[in-house]
Design a protein around this ligand. Structure first.
Ligand SMILES: NC(=O)c1ccc[n+]([C@@H]2O[C@H](COP(=O)([O-])OP(=O)(O)OC[C@H]3O[C@@H](n4cnc5c(N)ncnc54)[C@H](OP(=O)(O)O)[C@@H]3O)[C@@H](O)[C@H]2O)c1
Length: 272
């Protein structure tokens, strides 16, 4: 099995750099994907209340037979549940569905206007109560992180954002690095939309790797955690195998230059 890379978050806990995202998979399909992923070697699962599969994720973690403390589970508070009391309630619901005693990482899913401050305060309470091992945010571009720093007693350990070679954001990367906020990229393989980029295909030839593997490896070279989604076993393996080779510094820099502000999901700036 591949000796996979971990990162140490700012509160001292360890998290695998590569994980499985489970958006858009349900019921048996979600459960099986997580069972397969854990068998392959994945130890980080990224879900959310919004994905409606926390129950299946919990079942798969149990079915794996692995000790709970060997698996890093992230979930997120849904947009409609933001606010102080409602976030605390939503967390209880997530925990019950996951059928776990704690969550490794709890995230604010989107920076909802008028709600995000109270939501963060609720996450700080959950962290103080030790029902979450770490707290963080998602979709927080620099203005949101600046705002958060004005009132946060606890700094987010992680920021999960859309980030790919086609949406490279060096300022955000530098900002998070400076403040010891681990970046994690979502939709890392652009849901397949950019995998035919001729520049990427050239690198595939050079390294004898698939487009998804080159793009995932680009994240790892940048020390950016990443959470590709697949519910097909062969692709779970393919994506995991991005851990078994290296890209040269020149090729990483070359890929940084693919940027064209291409987004899959909504631009968080619309929520400022
Ligand atoms: N915080 C947020 O707001 C936010 C937003 C979006 C996503 N996320 C998280 O990030 C995770 C990943 O993002 P995503 O699901 O949007 O997109 P993604 O991981 O970039 O792409 C997933 C799509 O690519 C296909 N795929 C997987 N591996 C492949 C491969 N090796 N070659 C070709 N195609 C492949 C999958 O199909 P198959 O399943 O058929 O293989 C699926 O259709 C989500 O699952 C979720 O956990 C978070």
């Amino acid at each position: 099995m591949i000796n996979q890379p971990y990162t140490t978050l700012s509160n001292g806990i360890q998290m695998p750099l590569l994980g499985l995202g489970v958006y858009d998979m349900y019921n048996k399909e979600a459960e099986q994907a997580v069972v397969d992923a854990l068998e392959i070697g994945y130890r980080l699962i990224d879900t959310a209340a919004l994905y409606q599969n926390e129950k299946e994720i919990g079942k798969a973690v149990k079915a794996s037979g692995l000790p709970r403390n060997e698996i890093f589970v992230t979930t997120k508070v849904g947009n409609g549940d933001q606010g102080y009391d409602s976030t605390l309630k939503a967390f209880d619901v997530s925990l019950r569905k996951l059928d776990m005693d704690y969550v490794d990482l709890y995230l604010v899913h989107w920076p909802i206007k008028g709600k995000r401050k109270d939501t963060w305060k609720a996450l700080e309470k959950l962290y103080a109560d030790k029902t979450v091992r770490a707290i963080g945010v998602a979709n927080y571009l620099i203005p949101f992180l600046d705002e958060l720093s004005m009132y946060a007693a606890t700094v987010p350990v992680l920021n999960q954002v859309e980030l790919t070679p086609w949406l490279f954001q060096p300022e955000l990367v530098g900002y998070c690095k400076q403040r010891n906020i681990q970046l994690q990229s979502y939709s890392p393989i652009t849901r397949g939309k950019k995998l035919g980029d001729p520049r990427l295909l050239k690198l595939c030839e050079k390294y004898n790797k698939t487009p998804a593997q080159i793009v995932l490896r680009w994240n790892i070279e940048h020390n950016i955690s990443t959470i590709p989604k697949s519910s097909r076993k062969e692709r779970l393996q393919e994506n995991f195998d991005s851990l078994s080779f290296e890209l040269s510094e020149e090729d990483v820099a070359f890929m940084d230059g693919f940027n064209e502000n291409f987004r899959i999901c909504d631009d968080p700036m619309e929520m400022l």
